[in-house]
Design a protein around this ligand. Structure first.
Ligand code: SF4
Ligand code: SF4
Length: 387
């Protein structure tokens, strides 16, 4: 980006932050899940200890947002766990539509068959995201369940045939599926997919059970060289154009790859346009943010709209992030300390596998657990200091 565009973008971001219009609300409606994904940031289970949140509870919180303060479009993203495990999902969708609100789900696709598709479309679902984490062997390995690839492909084929649905496929790239990205691209294109979004994995939730980069061939996290390889792949795909749009997720500031791997410059919208209602009622932003540390309130004790308007300061004023390696970082003004989900309270307590457990407890310190920019610069220059 040239200096003038960068300056303009910073102004735009500052204004968006000042206005902080809420237009995207996640609802973690269940933490039950029918798969057992290795990278799950929530550590969801089929026998989750948490009860599903009653829709009435969510609706009561949602209705604190005055109708004339809801911009158009406004989207409720229903997530989990696996939201399709909730039998009342079509009724939920219909009720949201009655309020003039768009709704969408994020699913592993296992339960998404023709009948489910018909019921959800009848409830005017506006958008759908299905996860596909590789070709058959790698996807089933990652999802911890044989047959999950076939089910996901079936779901993708059904959804891709429906032109009214805003549909995309997301892939978490790891050391196993990285060499097969072109094959995944070809398969999705053949199925008629128009949007492919790519993520990487950070050590939170169940992904903590895996060791640090370079230790095992099947590691979930990319090395610096592999991350740059991923950036090059996406940049090349975007330059080649074509009917399927390949894009890197919002997850971090990318320095030299900004605007090459996604359409708009990096901007973490958490707490600026995005809020969430989590399974226990916690009010936060994206569900993979450290909810214990950054939770802003609870729908069972607070008014959601009031919380949105009067709290969320750590999301909107990011000077606190000037600590650790971000303290003297020369690109801080563009990055602001990376996406909020990259900060976790890391204690010195040991998890079951000897890994650190990211939970906010007295005495824990907040740590940045991933810097995308430094990965790129380290690989390109060998410079470890970022000064
Ligand atoms: S050190 Fe990394 S995360 Fe922190 S501000 Fe700089 S580029 Fe962003
Ligand atoms: S917290 Fe992470 S996922 Fe959410 S908007 Fe920010 S960068 Fe994106």
């Amino acid at each position: 980006m040239n200096p003038a565009s960068r300056a303009l973008f910073r102004l735009f971001r500052a204004n968006e932050t000042r206005v902080h219009e809420l237009n995207y609300l996640f609802w973690e409606c269940t933490t039950r899940c029918n798969l057992c994904c290795r990278h799950c940031g929530s550590d969801c289970k089929d026998c989750s200890g948490e009860k599903d949140m009653p829709f009435e509870d969510f609706l009561k919180a949602f209705d604190t947002i005055p109708a004339d303060k809801r911009p158009h479009p406004f989207t409720v993203v229903i997530t989990g766990g696996e939201p399709l495990l909730r039998p009342d999902l079509p009724e939920i969708g219909k009720e949201l539509r009655r309020r003039g609100v768009g709704w969408s789900i994020v699913s592993n696709g296992w339960l998404y068959d023709e009948e489910m598709h018909r019921r959800l479309m009848a409830a005017q679902m506006g958008a759908l995201t299905i996860s596909l984490d590789g070709l058959e062997e790698d996807h089933d390995w990652m999802r911890g369940c044989e047959g999950s690839f076939a089910r996901a492909i079936n779901a993708i084929a059904i959804a891709a045939r429906h032109p009214r649905l805003n549909f995309d496929v997301v892939t978490c790239v790891n050391q196993r599926n990285l060499p097969h990205l072109q094959e995944i691209y070809d398969q999705l294109k053949t199925l008629g997919v128009k949007q492919w979004r790519i993520f990487t994995i950070i050590p939170i939730g169940r992904a903590l059970d895996h060791p640090e980069p370079g230790v095992r061939a099947d590691n979930l996290y990319l090395t610096d060289a592999q991350f740059v390889q991923l950036m090059d792949f996406i940049a090349a795909r975007r330059t080649a154009g074509g009917i399927m749009n390949t894009t890197f997720s919002c997850e971090g500031y990318l320095g030299p790859y900004e605007c090459k791997v996604r359409q708009t410059p990096y901007f973490c919208h958490a707490g600026i346009n995005i809020a969430s209602v989590l399974i226990d009622g916690t009010i936060c932003a994206c569900p993979n943010i450290d909810r214990q540390h950054f939770g802003q309130g609870n729908i069972y004790t607070d008014n959601l709209w009031e919380v949105w308007n009067t709290r969320f300061q750590p999301f909107r004023h990011r000077q606190w992030a000037r600590q650790g390696i971000c303290k003297d970082c020369k690109v801080f003004k563009d990055c602001l300390g990376n996406g909020m989900h990259n900060w976790h309270a890391v204690g010195d307590r040991q998890g079951a596998n000897g890994d650190k457990v990211p939970q906010a407890m007295p005495g824990d310190t907040l740590s940045l657990i991933n810097c995308h920019y430094n990965k790129i610069i380290r690989h390109q220059t060998g410079d470890l200091s970022n000064r």
